[in-house]
Ligand binder design. Structure first.
Ligand SMILES: NC(=O)c1ccc[n+]([C@@H]2O[C@H](COP(=O)([O-])OP(=O)(O)OC[C@H]3O[C@@H](n4cnc5c(N)ncnc54)[C@H](OP(=O)(O)O)[C@@H]3O)[C@@H](O)[C@H]2O)c1
Length: 340
């Protein structure tokens, strides 16, 4: 019998996606199968199409960020039932088994990174969260060497006395970091374009600064001193040497040093011994507790918003190539999403 599953395959570097049939995945122990209703696109996916980064096996099904309905539940799964509306972070191309890739109608998710979504949250809204949420959690909470080792986000935050700078605050990772910093009682100063100050402030930034200003280094240094608290460092959500690091490093030097969180493993800036570079990787078991206990109630209580807003570029697997192309050109405070 023909499979009811369909997928958008990437056959090789530089090829356009090819929509075709795929095996119907089965849920094994600790897994569920989700009927995907919306997929969000992360920059790593167009980079995978261009360079093969993260791909373990060809042909491949890209992406990690899904929302949909639980279709099948594996043995030992006690937090999901068939029909539940969920958001999930799947293993995507990092798992050589294509059951885990998001670019298909049905895919497998491990229950450790699945959360129910409230009825008033659309699939196209919820799917903006997974990778950015994970990366924000790891950045803030993972122990030194993997993250900043700061207090955890909570539904009942208390002030931590800590202050950080989020460079690229209007990015997906930036917006989630601002929200989780607020929920951890951490004061976050954001750096973005001026048009996105309102969004970032609504996500919890205590001050916003525009990186287009020639005085941005002095502006950030002055603002960190004015905001006060114990300054920890900068999470650079752009992490490109000639775009953001050329500012972040002088800011840290002026402030006497601190942590510099970098999101690209291959970026290894030269810094003085006052600055500690931490390469952040969003896939980390530290996130599991937040999938279990934080995402659903935080969405229900409005403490966590599905931001940046979804930019739905089309419906159906055929629209995934367009989605990659839109994100490759760059977005401002939007998450590119395809509805299925
Ligand atoms: N290591 C990991 O685990 C991990 C996880 C997720 C993402 N990443 C990487 O992290 C980066 C961010 O991902 P994302 O999905 O959050 O990106 P994104 O949402 O696509 O980023 C778009 C934002 O970048 C901002 N931006 C662009 N150039 C900037 C600059 N020079 N200074 C400040 N802001 C600038 C723009 O801000 P304005 O419009 O306000 O100018 C825009 O809102 C990507 O390179 C991605 O590959 C790594």
């Amino acid at each position: 019998m023909a499979s009811i599953n369909q997928a958008a395959w990437l056959d090789a570097i530089g090829q356009p996606l090819r929509v075709g049939s795929a095996d119907m995945p089965k849920a094994r122990e600790g897994e569920i199968v989700v009927r995907n209703r919306a997929i969000a696109i992360n920059p790593v996916s167009w980079k995978a199409q261009d360079t093969g980064v993260t791909v373990q096996k060809w042909p491949v099904l890209l992406e990690y960020d899904i929302a949909g309905e639980v279709y099948e539940v594996g043995v030992g799964v006690d937090n999901s039932r068939k029909g539940d509306r969920v958001v999930a972070c799947v293993e995507g191309p990092m798992n050589p088994d294509s059951r885990h890739g998001a670019f298909q109608l049905y895919c497998v998710a491990k229950t450790a990174t699945v959360a129910k979504i409230p009825d008033n949250v659309a699939f196209t809204e919820a799917c903006v969260l997974p990778i950015a949420f994970n990366t924000a959690v790891v950045s803030l909470c993972a122990p030194p060497g993997k993250g900043f080792g700061l207090p955890s986000p909570s539904l009942h935050p208390t002030q931590s006395g800590k202050t950080i700078v989020v460079w690229g605050a209007s990015s997906s990772v930036g917006v989630l970091t601002l929200q989780l910093a607020r929920a951890a009682g951490i004061k976050a100063i954001g750096v973005s374009s001026a048009q996105n100050f309102g969004l970032c402030t609504s996500c919890g930034a205590v001050e916003m600064l525009d990186y287009h200003e020639p005085s941005i280094v002095q502006d950030v240094v002055r603002t960190v001193r004015a905001v006060g608290g114990s300054f920890v460092g900068i999470l650079d959500c752009v992490s490109i040497p000639n775009q953001s690091l050329k500012f972040c490093i002088p800011v840290l030097e002026h402030l006497g040093g601190g942590e510099l969180g970098v999101l690209h493993p291959d970026v290894q800036p030269e810094v003085s011994n006052k600055i500690t570079i931490t390469h952040i990787f969003g896939m980390n078991e530290i996130t599991h507790a937040f999938w279990k206990d934080y995402i659903t109630p935080a969405l229900e209580q409005g403490e966590l918003k599905c931001l940046p807003e979804a930019l739905v570029v089309g419906k159906g697997l055929e629209s995934l190539q367009k989605a990659l192309d839109v994100l490759r050109k760059g977005v401002s405070a939007k998450k590119v999403v395809v509805e299925l």
